[in-house]
Design a protein. Structure first.
Length: 103
């Protein structure tokens, strides 16, 4: 039964899967491990840092995508927001990139 639904990063999903004691959960966790280098604690710090920017346009889902993809330049960030209702201006992109480069 689903009790709660929220968007989480790959690192957070990997941590949740570690608690499950099934072969399928272990296989998924191993697969996720190939795509994320951050620990769950680093992800939490990064989430807080991005949230502290107080960019109203950034929703929780956007923050998760930014953490999972770890864009390295303006163009990469713009690609993440393609098809979105809004886009970040250059000042906001610069702030996001500064936070992402620190981690």
């Amino acid at each position: 039964m689903i009790q709660e639904s929220k968007t989480i990063t790959l690192a957070e999903a990997r941590e949740l899967l570690k608690k499950a004691d099934t072969d399928k959960a272990k296989a998924i966790s191993d697969f996720i491990k190939r795509f994320t280098k951050l620990s769950a604690s680093d992800v939490l710090k990064l989430k807080k840092a991005l949230e502290s920017l107080n960019i109203a346009k950034l929703r929780a889902e956007d923050i998760v995508r930014l953490i999972d993809f770890k864009p390295e330049d303006t163009e990469d960030i713009r690609k993440i927001f393609v098809g979105s209702e809004f886009s970040l201006d250059q000042d906001e992109i610069t702030k996001v990139l500064e936070v992402l480069k620190k981690k």
